[in-house]
Design a protein around this ligand. Structure first.
Ligand SMILES: [Zn+2]
Length: 136
């Protein structure tokens, strides 16, 4: 345990913000092909628990984060489920792509939870970090 979060395996390769080129696909993969530029949604989720079925897979009771409960993006290669991989446009910068899974989706989730309406006022604390910038 490290700070209340179980990290495995050990020794551990971290990295939860991933982008890269698909090197190889499984025999049943249809949504992405070898050579595609892609990002990895870093949440591991089972799709069957009450949180997943309530469209809150980021809170999956049996899940976690790639790079925390599994080895992560600092590895030379990583194997992830097809549902976690999304093709990105050729013109998308690698750094922006890598930060999408955590910074953009965290900001999106926070803004969605805030249920803002037109003309509501929002203060973004920490708007100089990547999540704050994405919220802006
Ligand atoms: Zn779940």
């Amino acid at each position: 345990m490290s700070g209340g979060v179980e990290v495995k395996p050990l020794p551990h390769i971290p990295g939860s913000e991933l982008s890269g080129v698909v090197e190889r696909i499984g025999t049943h993969v249809t949504s992405i092909k070898e050579g595609d530029r892609a990002i990895v949604y870093s949440r591991v989720f089972d799709g069957t628990c009450d949180m997943c079925l309530n469209q809150s897979e980021m809170l999956c009771r049996n899940g976690g984060i790639i790079g925390v409960i599994t080895n992560g993006g600092f590895a030379e290669y990583i194997s992830v489920p097809e549902r976690n991989v999304f093709k990105i446009p050729d013109e998308m910068d690698w750094d922006l792509a890598a930060s999408t899974s955590i910074s953009i989706l965290t900001a999106f989730h926070a803004l969605k939870e805030a249920s803002l309406k037109v003309n509501d006022c929002l203060i973004v604390f920490g708007a100089s970090g990547n999540t704050g910038i994405m919220a802006l």
